[in-house]
Design a protein around this ligand. Structure first.
Ligand code: BGC
Length: 751
């Protein structure tokens, strides 16, 4: 149905029908209008599987849902760093939606992992916005290729569960743009999700559900979003203000209470009816886009289960592997320990909870291994179970402890209280390590844990909440049927107190201050050169890789150019494997406070033994830029930037410097308080100012080679020429005009 036809339908709707269209019929359905042929469509959670509820419904995963395949949660799949795989995941979920008559899947969730304590971190991709948005892009285009919509969520700055429905996230513009919105930006601009879900919280005091700056100015005017915005479940504060700000659909319905508010507001003139019409048009155009492309797909459980396993195989992260203990050798006496070896924890609690198709523990799949339970999830019978496990480990050649967080430790709705594993598990690991040096730890958790026993474990395999096939994947990885190739999408700090948000998480209940600003995750740890347990981007393989031959297309570029970076990666070991290569940019221009390095590109490369491939990555201005609040735009200063190629944020293998020329000028408008350093950074303005520069040098009585004097002059505000060059105020004004004319000329000519 085209726009004209949609407009026609809207023109035939009554005010009541239009207001009704802007809220759900129940938890999962939108309303229909039979007389105009508007069908009833359904939305469902997501994101890592389909949670279609038919009988008792709720938005917190409390009641059951139809059986579906539970794919690895985002905490796991992000570690694949694999765009293609996320596209496949999206396609599978899109197919399932088609099979189950679901028009929109409620995801992906791209909120940034600000603190390891956020109860919902398992649903989120990363602490890095570039990685989060790249993966979200692929997921969205996968789902939407099946003519089903997505709802990228939770927009925005929703990084904790504590008081999530009322708390205000207080942050500065750079943190907002560079970190928290960035995760949404590329996904919205490039993958064009059909819908966006606004978050519950307030942002700098204004509810996301009525935040015009977010929902209209940025989302629509700047990023070009043309779908509809829906509320998170119950996120509406003032329905009419929300509609005005750009919130089209309220979910679920409010039994007509808020529809009534809309009607009254139109009748009283508080709300322009055209605002309502626009919202209805946006909703209808997505309803029909789905309805007209409905297919009769069947749900291929088995195939999707295999995909869930493949994703987890690519996502598990081998954190440590001393003496190449892994893969385990066949024919040895192996002890599997821990309840998770039999009943893996494979997903988190809340609205993303899936009723799985088939779950098996690693123990069930491995022949000839022995088993001891070791611990319970409710911390009971500790001594007895530990003794039994220690005895078994002592008479084995190696012990594999499946440890992790119980369900109650992390969930939607509340945050974690600490970063530790249950004490019973820590003690068990400690005791087993005393009798068995060949100790492997397999972890099931949605977010980092402290590892007081790290030195005693020879190998650690992080499986995260790896979906219903996590046990199968663990069995294959432990015995080398598959080679681990995931890398961490978040830093594992040594202890919770090291996290940059530690002093300001989760706030006082009314507000939470993002004092760490742009220094989130590795941006903080790396800038501070702090020791961490495992850095962002870290992950080992059963083979080794060598990096070489870094080349830049030029060592001198303008901010309007595209820089092509090439380098080689070679598999130097004996096993086939995949390496995730990462490109970081480090700003040496000194133009602003910047993190030591930021991820700007990555690729996953499959290599057989001895094989070498050339990797090509392209960078445009945005890869170098920071958000300039005064310019209200992205800005890359002139000067040097280092291109770093790493196997993690801490293991930089190759680097080269590029010199960038900014074509828009260091400042846009010169004022009496603009510093001379910023003025002379603009070549045209520098020419105009050269006469005064000479006078300043004279006034300081030093040769131009004197570095200290140069630095002092560069940091003088322009008005200082009055004091040091005795310039009358009128002449300062003339100079200001001439300088601004030069700056404008630079902006016009792009030079
Ligand atoms: C969650 C959303 C979810 C919605 C519907 C809310 O509690 O925050 O992520 O999509 O419920 O279940």
């Amino acid at each position: 149905m085209n726009q004209k036809e949609i407009k026609k339908i809207v023109s035939e709707m009554t005010l009541e029908e239009k207001a009704g269209m802007c809220s759900g019929k129940d938890n999962w359905h939108l309303k229909s209008v039979e007389r105009l042929g508007i069908p009833e469509v359904m939305v469902s959670d997501g994101p890592h599987g389909l949670r279609k509820q038919e009988d008792k419904t709720d938005h917190l995963g409390l009641n059951g849902s139809k059986r579906a395949v539970c794919f690895p949660a985002a905490c796991a799949s992000a570690c694949s760093f694999d765009r293609g795989l996320l596209q496949e995941l999206g396609e599978a979920i899109g197919e399932e939606c088609q099979a189950e008559d679901v028009s929109i899947v409620l995801g992906p969730a791209v909120n940034i992992k600000r603190s390891p304590l956020c109860g919902r971190n398992f649903e989120y991709f990363s602490e890095d916005p570039y990685l989060a948005s790249e993966l979200a892009k692929s997921y969205i285009s996968g789902v939407q290729s099946k003519q089903v919509g997505t709802s990228i969520k939770h927009f925005a700055v929703n990084n904790q569960e504590f008081r999530r429905m009322s708390c205000s996230s207080e942050l500065d513009e750079r943190a907002l743009r560079e970190i928290y919105l960035s995760a949404f930006e590329a996904a919205v601009k490039e993958a064009k999700p059909w819908t966006v879900m606004c978050s519950y919280n307030r942002i700098n005091g204004v509810y996301a559900s009525e935040n015009k700056k977010l929902l209209s100015d940025i989302l629509r005017d700047e990023w070009g979003f043309d779908g509809y915005v829906m509320s998170d479940w119950g996120a509406v504060n003032d329905r009419v203000e929300g509609l005005k700000a750009g919130l089209d659909l309220e979910m679920p319905g409010s039994s007509g209470v808020n529809d009534e508010e809309i009607i009254k507001a139109v009748e009283s003139g508080r709300l322009d009816e055209s605002v309502l019409d626009t919202a209805v048009e946006r909703i209808l155009s997505r309803i029909f886009a789905y309805w007209e492309n409905k297919t009769n797909t069947v749900f291929p459980y088995k195939e999707h289960h295999e995909l869930a396993k493949r994703i987890e195989l690519e996502s598990a992260v081998l954190l440590k592997n001393e003496d190449q203990l892994l893969p385990l050798k066949e024919g040895k006496k192996i002890a599997l320990i821990g309840q998770f070896a039999k009943e893996p924890r494979y997903q988190g609690g809340g609205s993303s909870h899936i009723n799985p198709y088939q779950v098996k523990g690693a123990w069930e799949l491995l022949n000839g291994v022995s088993y001891a339970m070791g611990y319970t999830l409710d911390d009971s019978a500790a001594e007895e179970l530990a003794e039994e496990a220690v005895a078994l480990a002592a008479k084995s050649d190696a012990a594999v402890i499946f440890a992790g967080l119980p369900d109650a430790y992390e969930s939607e709705g509340y945050d974690r209280r600490h970063m530790r594993l249950p004490e019973q598990q820590n003690h068990l690991i400690e005791r087993v390590s005393r009798v068995q040096p060949n100790l492997v730890i397999v972890l099931h958790n949605g977010s980092p844990v402290e590892m007081p026993w790290e030195k005693q474990a020879k190998a650690i395999l992080e499986m995260y909440l790896g979906g219903e096939a996590v046990g199968e994947a663990a069995a294959d990885l432990l015995f080398g049927k598959a080679n681990p190739s995931g890398k961490l999408a978040e830093t594992f700090p040594l202890r919770l107190e090291d996290n940059p948000s530690y002093l300001n998480f989760p706030g006082d209940g009314n507000t939470v201050r993002y004092q760490e600003g742009i220094f989130v995750g590795y941006r903080y740890y790396d800038s501070k050169k702090m020791a961490v347990r495992y850095p962002f981007g870290h992950g080992l393989s059963y083979t080794t890789f060598e990096y070489s031959g870094l080349k830049l297309s030029s060592d001198q570029i303008k901010d309007t150019d595209c820089l092509t970076v090439t380098f080689k990666v070679k598999n130097t070991g004996a096993a086939a494997g995949k390496e995730i290569v990462q490109l970081y940019v480090s700003d040496h221009t000194g133009s602003a406070v910047r993190p030591e390095k930021e991820l700007r590109h990555f690729a996953k490369v499959a290599l057989s033994p001895g094989e070498e491939k050339t990797i090509k990555m392209e960078l445009t201005k945005r890869a170098f830029a920071w958000y300039h609040p005064e310019r209200k735009d992205w800005y890359a200063a002139s000067g040097e930037y280092e291109i770093l190629i790493g196997s993690s944020s801490r293991e930089i293998r190759l680097s080269k410097t590029v010199c960038m020329e900014n074509t828009s000028g260091a400042v846009q408008r010169i004022e009496a308080n603009t510093v001379i350093g910023d003025i002379v950074a603009n070549p045209q303005a520098e020419k105009v100012f050269s006469k005064y520069m000479d006078q300043l040098w004279k006034a300081f009585g030093k040769p131009k080679s004197d570095e200290m004097t140069r630095q002092i002059i560069l940091s003088l505000p322009l008005r200082a020429v009055r004091s040091f060059c005795y310039l009358p105020s009128e002449e300062l004004n003339i100079l200001l005009n001439a300088l601004n004319a030069a700056v404008n000329e630079t902006a016009r000519s792009g030079r």
